[in-house]
Ligand binder design. Structure first.
Ligand SMILES: *Cc1c(COP(=O)(O)O)cnc(C)c1O
Length: 377
C-alpha cells in the first residue's frame, strides 16, 4: 500500500482502533457499574488529544483526564464538553479559567484547596474538586497524616464541591503485587475518613492495568490511559488494537559489494553483495539511536534489518537481493498484525516502556494523519 505521496515521517492514528479499545474498556467498567475516564494527557500519549478525546467519547467514555490545566483548556477550546479532570499544575497557575470552563481539579493539600477556592470566588462559581490521597505511590496526593485536615477543610469550604476522592496505583501492571491490596486498603481508610467528615464523594483508583485485571477496584470511575491507545500494560491477552503506525518510504536503493560498510562508524559490513534501501527517518523523528543494529522494518512484504547506525535523518535497510521500488512504504512500527514491529517491541529492545515510545512521536517533523474517523471506514 505505497501511498500516492510516499510519506517521509508520518504517524497514522487509527481512531477506529481508539473507539474499539475504549468500547472494550468501557464495557469492562460498566460490568462493575463504573464510568470511564479516558486519559489524554501528553497530547493523547502522542496520538493527538482532541481527536482521541472525541473518539473516546463516541465509544463510551464519559470523562476525560489530563495532567495539566492547559491541556484541559485546549480540549474545551476544541469544543469538547464532557466532564474533564486535570490533576497536576505548578503553584503559579491560575485556576480561574479552568473553573469557568467547568474543568474539575485535583487537590492534594490545604494550600491547593485555598488556591482553588480563591479562584472559584473570582470565577463566581463553585469549583468541583477531586481530593487525591497518596496511598503509597509517594508522588502526587495528600499524605495520610494530612488527610483528615484536608477533608475537613474541603467539607467546610463553600466555594468547593468535593466530587470524588481518588488515588493512583504504583504496581498495577504487576498483577498480584502486594502493594495493590495495600493501596486499596489505605484508600478504603481514606474514604471512611472523608465520610466521617460529612463528604459523600465518588471514588476512582484504576489505571489501565487495574481496569483490565482488578474489577473490584473499579469503584465509580476507571482511568485508563495506555490501553485507550491499544497498548497492553499487563501480560494477560486482550483484544486491544494499537492505534499508532509509524511509517516512511524508500527514497533511494543501491547495490554495494561484499566488504563495504554502512553508516557512521562503519559498525556493519556487508558479507556479500547486497541491495540497500535508504529511509529518510532517524533519531530526530523518534527512532531511538540505541536501536542501531537491533531493529528491523516492514518493507516490501517482509521484515528486513536496519543495518549500521541510525542517524539523525536517515537509516539504511538491508534488502539482500530484493529491490523494493522507490516510494515503497516502510513501516517502522505498527499494529503487528502482518508481522511488522510494534512500539512494544522497540521498548523491550531498548529497555523502556511503550508509553515512552508513542509519547515521543509528537515531533514537529513527524506528520500526523488520522484515519478511521466515525462514519468512515
Ligand atoms: C497517566 C495516568 C493514568 C493512566 O495510566 P495508564 O497506565 O496509562 O492507564 C491514570 N491516572 C493517573 C493519575 C495518571 O497520571
Amino acid at each position: 500500500m505505497s501511498a500516492a505521496h510516499p510519506p517521509r515521517a508520518e504517524v497514522l492514528i487509527d481512531l477506529s482502533a481508539v473507539r474499539h479499545n475504549v468500547g472494550l474498556l468501557a464495557a469492562r467498567a460498566a460490568e462493575s457499574g463504573a464510568e470511564t475516564m479516558a486519559v489524554v494527557k501528553a497530547d493523547g500519549y502522542g496520538h493527538g488529544a482532541a481527536p482521541v478525546a472525541r473518539a473516546a467519547v463516541e465509544a463510551g467514555a464519559s470523562w476525560l483526564g489530563t495532567a495539566s490545566l492547559a491541556e484541559a483548556l485546549d480540549l474545551r477550546d476544541a469544543g469538547i464538553t464532557v466532564r474533564l479532570l486535570s490533576w497536576l499544575d505548578t503553584t503559579g497557575v491560575d485556576f480561574t479559567p479552568g473553573i469557568a470552563s467547568d474543568i474539575e481539579l485535583s487537590v492534594s493539600s490545604v494550600q491547593e484547596l485555598a488556591r482553588v477556592a480563591d479562584a472559584a470566588g473570582r470565577a463566581g462559581r463553585t469549583a468541583r474538586v477531586h481530593l487525591k490521597i497518596d496511598t503509597g505511590l509517594s508522588r502526587n496526593g495528600c499524605p495520610a497524616y494530612a488527610w483528615p485536615d484536608l477533608v475537613k477543610a474541603a467539607a467546610a469550604e463553600p466555594d468547593v464541591d468535593v466530587v470524588a476522592i481518588w488515588s493512583h496505583l504504583a504496581c498495577a501492571d504487576e498483577p498480584g503485587h502486594p502493594s495493590i491490596d495495600m493501596q486499596a486498603n489505605r484508600f478504603a481508610t481514606a474514604y471512611a475518613v472523608a465520610r466521617e467528615a460529612g463528604l459523600r464523594p465518588l471514588r476512582h483508583l484504576a489505571n489501565s492495568a487495574a481496569t483490565l485485571t482488578r474489577p473490584d477496584l473499579h469503584f465509580d470511575i476507571v482511568r485508563p490511559g495506555i490501553a485507550v491507545y491499544g497498548l497492553n500494560p499487563v501480560a494477560q491477552p486482550e483484544q486491544l488494537r494499537p492505534a499508532m503506525t509509524f511509517r516512511s518510504s524508500v527514497v533511494l536503493t543501491k547495490r554495494i559489494e561484499a566488504g563495504e560498510s554502512v553508516s557512521y562508524g562503519h559498525t556493519w559490513t556487508a558479507r556479500r553483495d547486497t541491495t540497500l534501501a535508504l529511509v529518510p527517518v532517524g533519531y530526530a523523528d523518534g527512532v531511538p539511536r540505541t536501536l542501531s543494529g537491533r531493529m528491523s522494518v516492514w518493507l516490501w512484504g517482509s521484515r528486513r534489518p536496519v543495518v549500521g547506525r541510525v542517524c539523525m535523518d536517515q537509516l539504511v535497510v538491508d534488502c539482500g537481493d530484493d529491490e523494493p521500488p522507490l516510494g515503497a512504504e516502510v513501516v517502522l512500527f505498527g499494529t503487528g498484525e502482518v508481522g511488522e514491529p510494534t512500539a512494544t517491541e522497540w521498548a523491550e529492545t531498548i529497555g523502556t516502556i511503550d508509553y515512552e515510545i508513542v509519547t515521543g512521536m509528537y515531533r514537529p517533523r513527524v506528520r500526523r494523519r488520522f484515519i478511521g474517523e466515525a462514519g468512515r471506514r
